[in-house]
Design a protein around this ligand. Structure first.
Ligand code: PLP
Length: 439
């Protein structure tokens, strides 16, 4: 099908005028490749938007959704239930680390973030700590686009026109090109110092006012920044010392991208609340899930009064089609060993890392960083046009048959976990040509 009139669709996070002058249309997808409207095959080095971790159009997932649509198409989840959501919750609780045993469903990463922030407030409220209403986020953090998420996020464009509606302060981001340029895996330097900034923020605001710290274990949309060694553990310690909850936003790092189901397991730090979405259904149906620790549920629900304990939920929470997609997705991740495949020390991840770092020394390349199946290449900003190079490289790559994500002066990659060496070779070739075209 070819669209003939593009005027009516106001596209999200898109330069609408530019797109409509020069559309980039996708008509099908399979495995590692998209098919475009003009029948080109385009290598997907982004897993869509970090979501199709098992590759595209997996038959097991597609069949599960089709079957569910014919069996129970919808079920309200306020006061009613259906078996699949309970089965899925038990499965997720078993996959999650520590006591993250309670699962609350949403439809997106943004909704998962709002839900997690509200859980943190509800937890402290229920304990009588009503002063704990403020959040600590991080510069360059991305937590979706709803009002809570943009308040705790740290990307200026995402909140400058919309205000900041939650009381928030921010840690500095962890990027340091002087200390850690061209890092492979976790950057080695500065982790503890960066994490100790949290103590300064606590001194500034007082722990009695701070509900939670929210961070992505690996900053994604803010530029792909793996945490420096020791950083996450130190943040956890400081939170524990001050009765501040730790929320990990695992919307992109969840479901195999770091070699375990969750990055929390890879980095051996367990948060109180974890947000997920995207890879949960392999992108095949909109769904998010918030995993809360038993201690959070106990305070809000078990020790709560009669009636509804948490005044929150969505019409499509635990949607049967999404539950079916998630169950089938988890089958595929397990059956195809995709969690193990994503491991940083695995053969493909190592091959990808070596390929990427072979680009060091090309003109304009000022940094390359990666952790298993997440990577970024950063370029020198063009004079008078900061933030433009990522999109130039993205366009060149698209024209040569590869999809990348552009993030200001960097491009990001988050390939499906089924990537093979031949895809890495194709990627490095296209990247090299694209870089040489522009610098
Ligand atoms: N949190 C993180 C870390 C994300 O990367 C994203 C999306 O990229 C979100 C939240 C928002 O997810 P969604 O676009 O599904 O609302």
């Amino acid at each position: 099908m070819t669209a003939t009139n593009l005027a009516a669709h106001w596209m999200p996070f898109t330069a609408n005028k530019g797109f409509k002058e020069k559309p980039r249309m996708l008509s099908a997808a399979k495995g590692m490749y998209w098919t475009t409207d003009d029948q080109r095959q385009v290598l997907d080095m982004t897993a869509g938007l970090w979501c199709c971790n098992a590759g595209h159009a997996h038959p097991h997932i597609a069949d599960a959704i089709a079957h569910q649509a014919k069996t129970l198409d919808y079920a309200p989840s306020f006061g009613f239930g259906h078996a699949l959501s309970f089965e899925l919750s038990e499965r997720l609780a078993n996959l999650a680390p520590g006591n993250l045993n309670k699962v609350f469903y949403t439809n997106s990463g943004s909704e998962s973030v709002e839900t997690a922030l509200k859980m943190a407030l509800a937890y402290h409220y229920a304990k009588g700590n009503t002063g704990k209403q403020m959040f600590i986020g991080r510069e360059k953090g991305y937590h979706g686009v709803n009002f809570g998420g943009i308040s705790v996020g740290g990307l200026t464009n995402n909140h400058k026109a919309f205000g900041q509606w939650l009381p928030t302060d921010r840690l500095s981001h962890t990027q340091d090109l002087t200390l850690n340029a061209f890092s492979r895996g976790l950057p080695l330097h500065g982790g503890i110092e960066k994490a100790n900034e949290l103590e300064k923020l606590i001194q500034r605001h007082d722990a009695s006012r701070i509900a939670a710290v929210i961070i992505e274990p690996i900053t994604g949309a803010g530029g792909v920044l793996p945490p420096p060694v020791g950083y996450l553990k130190r943040i956890r310690e400081i939170c524990d010392q001050h009765d501040i909850l730790l929320i990990f936003d695992e919307v992109i790092t969840g479901f195999g991208r770091t070699g375990n189901v969750f990055a929390s397991q890879t980095f051996d730090v367990i948060p109180d609340i974890m947000t997920t979405a995207k890879g949960l259904t392999n992108g095949a149906a909109p769904m998010g899930a918030v995993l809360a620790g038993d201690h959070i549920y106990d305070v809000i629900v078990e020790q709560g009064g009669p009636g509804v304990e948490f005044f929150h939920g969505y019409t499509y929470s635990a949607h049967p089609l999404a539950c079916a997609a998630a169950m089938a997705t988890l089958d595929v991740y397990e059956q195809e060993n995709l969690y193990q495949r994503g491991a940083a020390e695995g053969e493909i991840a190592q091959y990808f890392e070596r390929g990427l770092h072979s680009l060091k020394g090309l003109p304009g390349v000022i940094d390359i960083r990666n952790y298993s199946f997440i990577a970024a290449v950063e370029f020198e900003p063009l004079v008078g046009k900061p933030g433009a190079t990522g999109s130039l490289i993205q366009t060149s790559a698209w024209e040569q048959g590869m999809m990348l994500r552009s993030l200001g002066d960097a491009i990001a990659m988050s390939p499906p976990l089924i990537m093979e060496k031949e895809h890495v070779d194709q990627t490095i070739g296209i990247l090299e040509r694209s870089i040489k075209q522009h610098f």
